[in-house]
Design a protein around this ligand. Structure first.
Ligand SMILES: [Zn+2]
Ligand SMILES: [Zn+2]
Length: 127
């Protein structure tokens, strides 16, 4: 019984991350699910996110507050310094960028680009 409940919660948590374009933090996933799932605890959300990331189903993102991404293919991110929002940037993955590290003898599996600045939404609000 318990096992079944846990796997259903995990699926729910996984689906929430995959359906989101916000690259949610554990807290954001918890806040999104809590209204419809009052028995869900922060600990369960946190534990399952890490479990899913450990299984390679979600990607942990290297931002000051850990975020999760259900979109696994290499892609870039924009991080707004005003509102903290993280969004996808649809640029082409450029294998030439791996060259600098390969020239040092490293095996490169992927690289990640993070752009920092002020997002279009915050810019529009500032006008
Ligand atoms: Zn912003
Ligand atoms: Zn992303």
């Amino acid at each position: 019984m318990a096992v079944q409940r846990y796997s259903r919660q995990r699926e729910l948590i996984y689906d929430t991350v995959c359906a989101s374009t916000a690259h949610p933090t554990a807290e954001m996933v918890y806040a999104a699910l809590k209204p419809d799932h009052p028995h869900l605890s922060r600990g369960t959300v946190y534990r399952n996110l890490h479990l899913l990331a450990g299984q390679g189903k979600l990607r942990r993102l290297p931002f000051p507050v850990e975020r999760f991404d259900g979109h696994l293919e290499p892609h870039s991110h924009f991080c707004c310094q005003a509102c903290g929002q993280v969004s996808d940037v649809h640029n082409a993955y450029d294998p030439a960028l791996d060259g600098a590290a390969q020239a040092m003898g490293h095996q490169v599996d992927r690289h990640e680009i993070v752009y920092y600045g002020v997002c279009a939404h915050c810019r529009a609000e500032a006008e």
